[in-house]
Design a protein. Structure first.
Length: 234
């Protein structure tokens, strides 16, 4: 237990800080994935065929290759891509993305591909009769979106988005290759320093289980809130 103590004598505080970093990366990636997924789902359901083909290509490509490969592609090509975009706006200097940014963007791109399908399915699950009834009552498009679409889509999407969040949280283990000190990277450093790999990898597993358990509880409460007032089948 001395190896897990707080302070210079142990690795407890380092592991907790690493868990905090893991959570920050996961939140940033999941938020980016929601933004990508919402926009991509809207394009996928649009009547413009090139938009649908573009989104289908994105989701097929990202879901068809390993997440680690996505991270490698961004890790080795992200700086060049950022400089290419910046050059369009007249910036000619060197741009280097830090490990946190690369990890959050890479995992966010993966999360966005899965979120796209979850949100698209949730939109399609909204009963058309409710939309037609809202229009018949004279609701404006914005009011219909706010009072009908958002609550209903949230109710149908939350279970799937909960799974996407869990995948995103676990995918943060991949960014240890970039040098960012998250849970897995800190476990590797500690095990190499103490020659006690089993102890620290068990600690890493416990930290991930703690984060996922808290996440399950949070999404469960969110689902209960989203389903308030919904009549249950007898």
């Amino acid at each position: 237990m001395e190896m897990l103590s707080w302070g210079d004598a142990g690795w407890g505080d380092e592991l907790v800080r690493a868990a905090f970093t893991t959570l920050l990366v996961a939140l940033a990636a999941f938020g980016l994935g929601l933004v990508i997924g919402s926009g991509a789902a809207a394009l996928r359901l649009s009547g413009f065929a090139p938009f649908r083909w573009l989104v289908e290509g994105y989701t097929t490509f990202i879901r068809g290759i390993p997440e680690l490969l996505v991270l490698y592609l961004l890790f080795f090509g992200g700086n060049q891509a950022a400089m290419a975009v910046a050059s369009v706006f007249g910036h000619t200097g060197y741009i280097e993305l830090d490990a946190f940014t690369i990890g959050a963007i890479a995992i966010g791109i993966v999360s966005g591909a899965y979120s796209t399908e979850v949100i698209r399915g949730a939109i399609l699950a909204v009963p058309r009769g409710e939309i037609e009834a809202a229009k018949a009552c004279g609701m404006s498009s914005w009011l219909l979106f706010r009072r009908i679409m958002v609550p209903q889509v949230a109710r149908f999407a939350l279970p799937g988005l909960g799974n996407v969040w869990q995948l995103t949280l676990k995918d943060t283990a991949l960014i240890s290759i970039t040098g960012l000190v998250e849970i897995m990277r800190q476990a590797q450093i500690a095990s190499g320093s103490t020659q006690q790999p089993f102890t620290f990898y068990v600690c890493a597993a416990i930290l991930y289980l703690l984060l996922t358990s808290l996440s399950n509880f949070g999404f469960g409460r969110a689902e209960s809130w989203a389903n308030r007032g919904v009549r249950r089948a007898a």
